[in-house]
Design a protein around this ligand. Sequence first.
Ligand SMILES: Cc1ncc(COP(=O)(O)O)c(C=O)c1O
Length: 373
Amino acid sequence: MPENASSLRTPPWSVRPGARTWRCAPAPAEVRDFHTALPGYSPTPLTELPPLAAESGVGRVFVKDESCRLGLPAFKALGASWAVHRALAERAASGEGSGPVTLVTATDGNHGRAVARTARLLGQRAHVFVPRGVHPRAVAAVAGEQAKVTEVSGSYDEAVRRAAEAVAAPDAILVQDTAWPGYERIPGWIVEGYSTLCAEIDEQLVAEGVAGGPDLVSIPVGVGSLAQAVVTHYRSRLSGRTPALLSVEPEAAACVLESLILGEPVSVTTGETVMAGLNCGTPSSIAWPYLRGGLDAAIAVPDAGSARAADHLSALGVSSGPCGAAALAGLRAALTGAGAEERRTALGLGPSSVVVLLSTEGPAANPHSTLDR
Ligand SMILES: Cc1ncc(COP(=O)(O)O)c(C=O)c1O
């Protein structure tokens, strides 16, 4: 990577010694079976990119490429499909009714599209609230799933509030990928749904000759639900290596980094970022204990870092949207600039380390990447 002003400065960063010894219970095993039985399911690719290993001074770097997951260009359908399945099954079992429901959610693009797609496939309705800053083509993609779309002039947090208010009707179910006190069950199922991604990585690494699992996983973070799933996976394993887990957020919306620095969950005022799916101001309440306990480090990256990472990934044959490329941008920010050696040591990285970058979306998920640079 060419040295420039942004690669020489100290990135916003927080380190959590002891995170690798933190433990929790695993996700339920039946999630994987559920996804495997879905039409169109297949594991997404885990692609090795040797030039990134050379650049980073580690042994091997793999990219988990979520640019086509269950027919959508981001990983989010894993959570939406399992959570809607659980919610509808519970509703039927409780005798609340088997009639049509409206699945309501707020989104900065990918989750809303996944909920809308799930609703359409199940013959249900969807109502999706979209904050400002989501690309018009991403909004159109939600509407294209036959969802009702309400555009909100405020932030993602404001859109979440509007969606929560809209579920007063008895046939409406809020399917939100973030939790707050009093609303935790469905977000918990969404997190469980993401566990399939980690289970696939385990199998794919074994097939690549990496038996013990990775040494570092770099995770793009919005409200922290995906990171909760990754922490749950690696901090509940009974065998294998215990990897370092790195959270990566946009500088314009680093609510998890800020919360870790302050030692308690806080909301931040979000700005504008091309990493639309990460533009969230408040950590999920159920994610917070996992993030505080099990993340080794958190870092924030500027839009330019994500854009450079997306260009480089694309040149190496992996198509990433800005949120997906944040995983590489975060690794690079950690390993370059002032204080890089301490950060490398904190992440436990050496010349034989195995790194997995979660590229959580393709360019089609978030057209900011192709249009607005
Ligand atoms: C592409 C992409 N990556 C990562 C995330 C972050 O997930 P979470 O909000 O669970 O931290 C999102 C969330 O919308 C996303 O759309």
